[in-house]
Write a protein that binds this ligand. Structure first.
Ligand code: SF4
Length: 687
């Protein structure tokens, strides 16, 4: 038997896959070759997914903590005991402090609509009136910035049209590692004469395959965008017809652009003036130009403004009017499912507070009225993934905090749980998926029964509702019911895309034209135009015109800090891990190797560091250990680590997040992982 499904992970590609099942066992998993975008190619991380589902250390039964918090000692209990205990403790918490003392804490371990970040559990949390969890970990600053420009945070050019681009800018994205299915469209365009530029502080594997690599100082992307537009404008190559017909606020934006001549931008970005002029000239004269910007470049104090500035570029050049022109950050906004019915926000009591995902330490240690008394973590491993790791650990160690963790493995976070509940993996449950990097919807049919006593998140929440005695009927809807409700929004892009059709075919492209040029006739803003000037921003107290907002810890903004901590640390994704997932898979961990810190030869030499040295990477917030790589893949003043290592699996019991500030970006409360100054010294020993 073969069963169609889809990869649920935090990746723009959302691959469709096929599972072969023999005698009730999944014996093979391969990409679905029929899928037009992912075409059968899974990535290095997911090829061994079936082995991952059968890992010997997988959680198979509910467990109760018997050791101290953090020690990781548990004993097996039944589901009835586990759910009974949660219900009893939560009822007492609600009676004493109200439901806001409960924080359902979700991550991006699944991007699914039924089991993951798109809506899982929301109905129940709304009925109970728990604190609201705000997903600030990933896309939000850039999404808000993009939204001010285009009218929606999750829309942009159709990635499939990159094959028609003549100039492609991969801006802050290591495409071959984190979005590799886009590469074939880029290669098709290059075969047709397109020129590929990668803009990234690191010479990644993607940058190595480009025609040109522009290495800029982290967080200076908005300045580069304005500098490139300065060249376009000084050549008189702005598209006046498009600007007049489809944009607002050109005059103030033009004045702003003129404030960023190439020499000033060279000072800010560290990119030579001649390189800025040459790329600006190329941009001025090449139609269509397509830009793929990704999440890494917006994780700093000016990240929202950076994404806004970049999405304005095609408004000046007029590229939004062509297939292969424009920019794309996120594509989820083209899927207009019935979110209201899925999440049932109408059931939420008024005035319920919000808690930021990436301020977990603050939420557990400083929030009062009421304090957080219970944390329920699902699809997330925050002790690994969120800022200020030491503070998060102190919060999780609180004796009076009742913590429940639903997961596949005993992660660092799980070690602090009072109750540990075993979750299903993707081959064992149903889910509905849309994508942030293409325009296809997918259905994931369960291929095999769950092992042990694992349960899907949606099933756990139905059972929890029953244990709590919730009477609102919608919290008991089945997975199929909820999928049908979401698909029945009435939006024309979903017309004819039913659960039955998805079950039959596995996936479907949204009903949009091919090629899809989403803004040729107007934008999703109130004005219907691309907004160089945003009144909404002015009303929010933000600069209404795109500008360069330096990172908090940029040398220009905090010179004293920059003197004490001269290196700007960024910690991008490993080729073998997905956020904090797969770090515990021996084969992938071995291929990755341990934590590393990559330094420019001049920076290494001035610190007496040599290739392979054990090192301590630190600032006032914390430290972690890593092995030095001396390489000109990074520019002077930049240190490059890797995100995702589990503290308990590495020397020093910390990863890069021990040094990251619990601080918000300029828009949306996004985290500032790449706004982080550190120093690096040699460790006298490896321990
Ligand atoms: S992580 Fe991304 S590329 Fe890898 S299988 Fe999943 S969707 Fe595909």
């Amino acid at each position: 038997m073969i069963v169609a499904g889809a990869c649920p992970l935090d990746c723009p590609d959302t691959c469709s896959w096929i599972v072969t099942v023999e005698n009730g066992t999944a014996t093979a998993l391969r990409g679905d070759r029929r899928h037009p975008y992912t075409r059968g190619a899974l990535c290095a991380k997911v090829k061994g997914f079936l082995d991952y589902t059968r890992s010997p250390d997988r959680l198979l039964y509910p467990q109760r903590r018997v050791g101290t918090k953090g020690e990781g000692r548990f004993e097996r209990i039944s589901w009835d005991e586990a759910l009974g205990e949660i219900a009893e403790r939560w009822k007492a918490i609600i009676a004493r402090d109200g439901a806001q003392a409960i924080w359902p804490y979700q991550g991006t371990g699944s991007m699914g609509i039924l089991q993951g970040v798109a809506g899982c559990g929301q109905r129940l949390w709304n009925v109970l009136g728990t604190s609201r969890h705000v997903m600030t970990i990933c896309t939000i600053a850039g999404g808000v910035g993009t939204g001010y420009t285009l009218g929606h945070p999750q829309v942009g050019m159709d990635p499939e049209t990159f094959s028609a681009s003549k100039l492609i800018l991969l801006w802050g994205t290591n495409t071959l590692t984190t979005n590799h299915h886009l590469w074939k469209y880029i290669e098709a365009a290059r075969r047709d004469g397109a020129y590929l530029v990668v803009i990234d502080p690191i010479r990644t594997r993607t940058a190595e395959r480009a025609d040109e690599h522009v290495a800029l100082i982290p967080g200076t992307d908005a300045a580069l965008a304005l500098g490139l537009l300065n060249v376009v404008v000084s050549l008189g190559q702005e598209d006046r017809e498009f600007i007049d017909a489809h944009t607002t606020g050109w005059e103030p934006f033009r004045e702003r652009i003129l404030e960023y001549p190439p020499e000033r931008v060279a000072d800010i970005t560290g990119v030579a003036r001649e390189r800025i002029v040459a790329l600006g000239e190329r941009l001025a004269t090449t139609r269509p130009t397509g830009i793929r910007l990704a999440m890494g470049m917006q994780r700093h104090g000016g990240g929202g403004m950076a994404a806004r500035a970049i999405t304005c570029i095609p408004g000046v050049t007029g590229d939004w009017r062509y297939p292969g022109g424009g920019a794309v950050y996120d594509t989820r906004g083209f899927f207009r499912g019935d979110w209201k019915t899925l999440c049932r926000d109408d059931l939420r009591p008024p005035g319920v507070r919000k808690l930021s995902m990436t301020r977990l330490g603050e939420g557990l240690l400083e929030v009062t009225d009421p304090p957080v008394r219970s944390l329920l973590v699902y699809s997330s491993n925050p002790l690994v993934t969120v800022p200020d790791q030491n503070k998060v650990r102190r919060g999780l160690a609180r004796d009076d905090l009742f913590t429940i963790v639903i997961d596949h493995f005993r992660t660092d976070t799980a070690d602090y749980a009072d109750l540990l509940l075993p979750a299903t993996m993707q081959t064992e449950h149903a889910d509905l998926h849309y994508a942030y990097g293409h325009l296809y919807v997918a259905w994931n049919e369960p291929a095999v029964p769950p092992p042990g006593e694992c349960r899907s998140n949606s099933e756990i929440f139905r059972r929890l509702a029953r244990a709590l005695g919730v009477t609102e009927p919608c919290v008991y809807d089945s997975d199929d019911d909820m999928a049908r409700q979401v698909l029945a929004s009435g939006d024309p892009a979903l017309d004819g895309i039913t659960l039955e059709r998805l079950r039959r075919d596995g996936w479907a492209r949204l009903n949009v034209p091919t090629p899809f040029v989403p803004f040729a006739d107007g934008f999703r803003t109130k004005s219907g135009k691309l907004e160089f000037y945003s009144s909404r921003m002015a009303e929010s107290g933000l600069d209404p015109v795109p500008a360069y907002t330096p990172p908090y810890e940029a040398a220009q903004r905090d010179t004293d800090l920059a003197r004490r901590y001269p290196l700007a640390l960024i910690a991008p994704a490993s080729h073998y891990f997905l956020n904090a997932m797969f770090v515990n898979v021996p084969e992938l961990a071995q291929r990755q190797g341990g934590p590393t810190i990559e330094l420019h030869p001049a920076d290494a030499q001035s610190r007496g560091l040599r290739d392979g040295d054990p090192a301590r990477v630190y600032n006032d917030r914390g430290e972690f250990r890593a092995r030095v790589i001396v390489s000109d893949r990074v520019t002077r003043g930049v240190a490059a680590g890797i995100k995702g290592f589990w503290p308990k699996l590495v020397a020093g019991a910390a990863n890069a997040n021990a040094t990251v500030a619990e601080r918000d970006s300029d828009m949306g409360g996004g985290a500032v992982f790449h706004d982080n100054r550190v120093e690096v010294t040699r460790l006298s020993h490896d321990g």
